[in-house]
Design a protein around this ligand. Sequence first.
Ligand SMILES: [Mn+2]
Length: 336
Amino acid sequence: MDQPDTRQKLRELRASVAERDRVAIVLQDDPDPDAMSSAMALRTILGRNRQTTPFFSFKPVSRPENRTMVHLLEIAILPATTEALTAFDKIAMVDVQPAYFEGKLPRADIVIDHHPGYTPGAAPFEDVRVKYGATASIMTEYLVAAEEKISERLATALLYGIRTDSLALSRRITDDVLQALVHLYPVANLSMLRQIDRPELPQSFAKVLARVMRRLEFRDRLVTANLGRVDRDDLIVQVADFCLQFEGVEWVAVAGKLGSDLVIALRSYGTGRDNAGEAAKNLFGDIGSAGGHRNMAKAVIPLADWARREGSIRDGAIENRIRDLLAAEIAAESHP
Ligand SMILES: [Mn+2]
């Protein structure tokens, strides 16, 4: 199924859905830009709107850039349950396959994806192209084949989806991606793309930043900062990324209080044995949700649980405690 005739597939796709069908588009947990933009494209191709064809996911969008995308492009994703999905005549999925959901879907009718491992026959309509850099580039091909006018909003979403999935440094640009870019670039809103990449900081944050930077402590290769109360978690993430740029710094922990939680962003260069995801799990897994990758990780800890284990929730005390915990963890990781 590597080079299907997209015009033929388009006819099949449209024929697979009846006018009166209620269609749900289900995305992977914590949907990424490729999935969200592909869902928008599928809705357009089927001539549907958000009432007749809503999006669902079992876990909400969490990455700050992805949340900014959701906000700027006004993408609504409903919380999925098996029960809620049972009310739909057709279930479609993009950038994911039925097996991923481990039986939580009442049915599977449409699968469009680029991941390997698909079992043919899992859905009546299937188009899985593992050589493609993104599902969004498959969807762009459908839009072009359908001679659909691609709106600025849709082009911006697809371009961002393709970029996050396939244009990472050091990956080869595939032909499908190149073709999609030719169609999307002229239409997309590039200033909105920049906003998604680097969300604007509220002016009030300047004072927080000034206070934090004045007291910033470098201990060996570690920087720790506590922002105190913040009203967006991407502020914590942005400061963490910024602090990693200081000379000699290989580990960063930036904390902030968000609602009733303490959020801690961890960064590591990930050289040698360093692993931010492991550190987050080891240090905070027992009192909150904690994990991530080698280079970036996050812990979200209810303040009440932090207080139970650590005592004080004063900002200074939290910062000192995180610094001590992480310094010990780094030492343990490098001398196991
Ligand atoms: Mn993808």
